[in-house]
Design a protein around this ligand. Structure first.
Ligand SMILES: Nc1ncnc2c1ncn2[C@@H]1O[C@H](COP(=O)(O)OP(=O)(O)OP(=O)(O)O)[C@@H](O)[C@H]1O
Ligand SMILES: [Mg+2]
Length: 220
């Protein structure tokens, strides 16, 4: 399903080069659900951005569903991502001028999914936001924005969901309810999941947990 070989990534900031991955190898089977933990700044969000093709590696290869990103032009990667990947960003990335319902409908429209409005309303209802459909992101609380982001990641039935601390902004009760819903939906659809979290309880919901240390993913 997902294979990373000898992946390299560093950031250049002024005169400093920040090495994140020097030789990362990782594989994931279809339908597996894994958690990734690790200290702040260890490179977890960078890892998800690489897997989604949002940022480019400096070396090595990533292939998802047998498609190597090295063989794709940028526009092809964007299309591939829109069809196959659902992303829940650490800082939501909701479109500020679209309301909750329109934000959730966006991937469905890009992928030409039928009945986007009905599906978006169903998903927003399932995360407890049926009363906030017409709110803009600036009119939603942090936890509500996070739930909109989760609904948006699920609407086009992606093969894989990449979630960056999806319950990090929620109180425990809401966080558990949103995680219950996320896991219910991905189990029903057989969706593969990579979940970045700082919570051991959230990680326990996954089949495997890895810790990102010094550019390596070590199974816990
Ligand atoms: N675009 C960038 N340019 C320069 N440095 C960056 C950039 N993005 C991230 N970094 C640095 O790379 C390191 C890894 O960042 P990343 O966001 O992947 O960490 P993280 O493990 O997700 O942390 P957190 O748990 O705090 O979200 C950090 O030290 C960060 O400052
Ligand atoms: Mg992060």
């Amino acid at each position: 399903m997902l294979e990373l070989k000898s992946l390299k990534k560093s950031y250049v900031q002024g005169k400093e080069t920040i090495e994140i991955f020097e030789d990362l190898n990782f594989t994931l089977e279809e339908g597996q659900r894994v958690a990734i933990m690790g200290k702040s700044g260890s490179g977890k969000s960078t890892f998800l951005s690489l897997v989604s093709g949002i940022i480019k590696a400096d070396g090595g290869s990533i292939s998802l569903k047998g498609v190597s990103y090295n063989d794709l032009e940028e526009s092809e990667i964007n299309d591939f991502r829109a069809t196959n990947i659902g992303f829940v960003f650490q800082n939501f990335h909701l479109v500020s001028y679209l309301n909750a319902l329109e934000n959730v409908m966006l991937p469905a429209k890009v992928c030409n999914i039928s009945k986007p409005k009905e599906k978006a309303i169903e998903l927003l209802t399932s995360v407890g936001l049926s009363h906030r459909l017409d709110h803009l992101p600036s009119q939603l609380s942090g936890g509500e924005k996070q739930r909109v982001a989760i609904a948006r990641a699920l609407i086009h039935n992606p093969k894989i969901i990449l979630a960056d601390e999806p319950s990090g902004n929620l109180d425990e009760e809401t966080g558990n309810a949103v995680m219950d819903k996320l896991f219910e939906l991905i189990k029903k659809n057989g969706t593969t999941l990579i979940l970045v979290t700082h919570s051991k309880d959230v990680a326990k919901r996954c089949e495997k947990t890895y810790e990102l240390v010094l550019g390596n993913l070590n199974q816990c």
